[in-house]
Ligand binder design. Structure first.
Ligand SMILES: NC(=O)c1ccc[n+]([C@@H]2O[C@H](COP(=O)([O-])OP(=O)(O)OC[C@H]3O[C@@H](n4cnc5c(N)ncnc54)[C@H](O)[C@@H]3O)[C@@H](O)[C@H]2O)c1
Length: 251
């Protein structure tokens, strides 16, 4: 049996972990829609230059009109939308600080991008998935809510919400043959992390103190779990969170 080629939208897919996802999915024969605030068209061009199938669309995940446009472009280019990867998030640009130094405005902004964003995107893609009787939603969470990581309470709370969102939405969409799962990455050396000294130092601590596999985690470590969740073989798995973190937490 040959693996199905899917139409897959990756939010925040132009850089970091998101670009690693976009590239790996396209190399596996899928048609990729890169939706990002910035750099989407350029990222799609990088894939097309390798002979891969991709389009880029400038999208703010918290803007319903942008997200509707993303779905429209996906359907126009590739006839349907099979898989949504809710990867866009605020993390690498955040400054680590004690909870009482986080302003209400910063808390709201992190919640907006990290929780409202996946909600807006799920609402926009589900009608197209229902129409085809097939869909996969993969939310990029984090192991931080499992660990109770300090000094980024807004981020940790937002990713805990993503895990809860995954479970409840899986129950609502099962009847439509749409699965909803999450991947919880451990600390990963994405482009944004490498540019942020404070985050890089945190990575040293994780590697030395809690990880079973004693090396740095890179974006490519995450692609296997996503390829699996998008594959036919994962069709009966829903509501789950898969930790990909070198054996740091055990869910
Ligand atoms: N790097 C890590 O250690 C780590 C660990 C666990 C989870 N994660 C999660 O993985 C995902 C990717 O992380 P990363 O390290 O590659 O981050 P990053 O900051 O390097 O990249 C995030 C991407 O999202 C895009 N983006 C941000 N806000 C957006 C918006 N409103 N609309 C559309 N696109 C937007 C950015 O332009 C960027 O391309 C995030 O959800 C993050 O929380 C990262």
């Amino acid at each position: 049996m040959t693996a199905a080629s899917r139409v897959i939208a990756v939010t925040g897919g132009a850089s970091g972990i998101g670009f690693a996802f976009s590239e790996a999915l396209a190399r596996a024969g899928h048609q990729v829609v890169i939706a990002d605030l910035r750099g989407a068209a350029e990222a799609a061009e990088r894939l097309k230059a390798q002979g891969l199938k991709a389009i880029g669309t400038q999208t703010d995940v918290v803007n319903p009109a942008d997200v509707a446009g993303m779905v429209e472009q996906a359907v126009k280019a590739f006839d349907r939308l099979d898989v949504l990867v809710n990867n866009a998030g605020l993390f690498t640009t955040l400054t680590l600080k004690p909870f009482d130094q986080i302003s209400d405005a910063e808390w709201m902004r992190v919640m907006e991008v990290n929780t409202l964003g996946p909600f807006v995107c799920a609402k926009a893609v589900v009608p197209a998935m229902r129409k085809n009787g097939f869909g996969r939603i993969v939310n990029i969470a984090s192991t931080t809510p499992i660990k109770g990581t300090p000094n980024m309470l807004h981020y940790v709370a937002s990713k805990g919400a993503v895990i809860a969102f995954t479970r409840s939405l899986a129950r609502e969409l099962g009847k439509d043959n749409i699965t909803v799962n999450a991947i919880a990455p451990g600390f990963t050396l994405s482009d944004g992390v490498l540019e942020n000294d404070m985050h890089s130092k945190m990575g040293d601590v994780v590697r030395k103190t809690s990880r079973s596999l004693q090396r740095d985690q890179v974006p490519e470590d995450l692609v296997g779990a996503l390829l699996f969740l998008a594959s036919d073989g994962a069709g009966f798995i829903t509501g789950q969170t898969i930790a990909v973190d070198g054996g740091s937490v055990f869910i």
